[in-house]
Design a protein around this ligand. Structure first.
Ligand code: ATP
Ligand code: MG
Length: 362
């Protein structure tokens, strides 16, 4: 998969941010708006990330991007490529979690004809395709240790051999890696090679979860409202005060992806010319309740229906309730909770939730 990236991180000054947060959009200026928006942030950590990207994009240093699901790791990887000296060279992305060990190795390094059953012809891998450009190794925390060792070799020597081959192939590839796992922890528990960790982590970028950059929520919801309104050629919004409050109080386990989906849906279901109210926000599971959704509807006094107000405990309870309701089918439970199956999976391990039925399959 080769693709050219448009730089989503153009410069923007403080006045632009103020204008953005205070004014209604003018449709004519939307394309520029959309291009510069992702750079808009009131959060110091995010601003540091943007400043850092600018400094390191033009070097060939490996970059490791860490952050929860949906925080924008892929977007940042693309932005680095777009600002690099390799911007017009190939940008090749590989999801290391999607393929099992052998397939991933053949995907990365290619294979010779007859290397294994089904290898009817020679296949060039992602490293070769990315020669001169950038290879984005997504979900690197899920990579098998034997593949990790091979990647380390390429990083050290810039050479590799195709699966089933013995001719060393030389490449010039810049690596950007991303993961939503805590790679330090993975390394400490020997699931991730320390030498590879240090090799990748020359430049380290951490993207904070959305709940830690609450000040950006009004900017983001406004951005997506304008973007999706334009896409469907409707004038939807603005948000009612209640709706904005629910959005502000939500804990966003799926981060910007979740927010984007909620606004996308709201813009679709709200009629032209109407504001976006709480009902249009498909907030589900514990976050909807934690954000005050049910109380708002039934007029209950704040917090009276909860055994605890500890968000972590509420989260665990909501996950278990959703899993029970869906007979422990994680995909369906994730839908009910309004988060991605991967985010649910992560939370399940975080909360140490287990179920006998799962173990049988693993
Ligand atoms: N700053 C931003 N401005 C606008 N949209 C954003 C921003 N950051 C992320 N997004 C959007 O949020 C969604 C998730 O982003 P992205 O795919 O980069 O996340 P990720 O960290 O790679 O997630 P995962 O770990 O699940 O792969 C995308 O639709 C992306 O366009
Ligand atoms: Mg991603």
């Amino acid at each position: 998969m080769c693709s050219q990236v448009i730089d989503p991180l153009l410069d923007i000054n403080k006045e632009d941010i103020d204008v953005l947060s205070q004014t209604q959009p003018e449709h004519g200026s939307l394309s520029g708006f959309e291009l510069y928006y992702p750079k808009v942030s009131r959060n110091a950590e995010i601003r540091n990330v943007y400043a850092l990207i600018k400094k390191i994009a033009k070097s060939n240093a490996s970059v490791l991007i860490q952050g929860e699901t949906g925080t924008g790791k892929e977007l940042i990887a693309g932005a680095i490529q777009a600002q690099s000296l390799r911007a017009d060279k190939p940008y090749v992305a590989v999801n290391c979690a999607a393929l099992h060990e052998q397939l991933l190795e053949s995907e990365l390094f290619g294979h010779e004809r007859g290397a294994f059953t089904g290898a009817v012809q020679r296949h060039s891998g992602k490293f070769e395709q990315a020669d001169g450009g950038t290879l984005f190794l997504d979900e690197i925390g899920d990579m098998h240790p034997s593949t990790q060792a091979k990647i380390l070799r390429v990083l050290q020597e810039q050479t590799f051999t195709r699966v089933g081959g013995n001719k060393p192939i030389q490449v010039d590839v810049r690596i950007i890696a991303a993961t939503n796992k805590d790679l330090w922890e993975e390394m400490e528990s020997n699931r991730f090679r320390a030498d590879l960790y240090y090799r990748l982590n020359v430049v380290s970028i951490h993207l904070p979860p959305l709940r830690e950059r609450q000040e950006d929520i009004p900017l983001l919801v406004e951005y997506f409202r304008r973007k999706f309104s334009t896409e469907v050629k409707k004038e939807v919004g603005p948000f009612t005060k209640d709706a904005l409050n629910v959005l502000l109080r939500h804990s966003w386990p799926g981060n910007i992806r979740e927010l984007r989906n909620i606004i996308d849906r709201a813009v679709l279901i709200v009629s032209d010319g109407q504001p976006i109210n709480v009902g249009a926000l498909a907030m589900s599971g514990k976050d909807y309740f934690a954000a005050g959704g049910r109380e708002r509807r039934s007029g209950e006094r704040e917090g009276t229906s909860f055994r605890t107000l500890n968000l972590q405990e509420l989260e665990k309870e909501a996950i278990i309730a959703a899993l029970r309701r869906t007979k422990w089918v994680q995909k369906e439970a994730a839908e009910l909770l309004g988060i991605s199956p991967r985010a649910l999976n992560y939370k399940i391990s975080q909360h140490n939730i287990t179920h006998d039925g799962w173990r049988k399959h693993s």
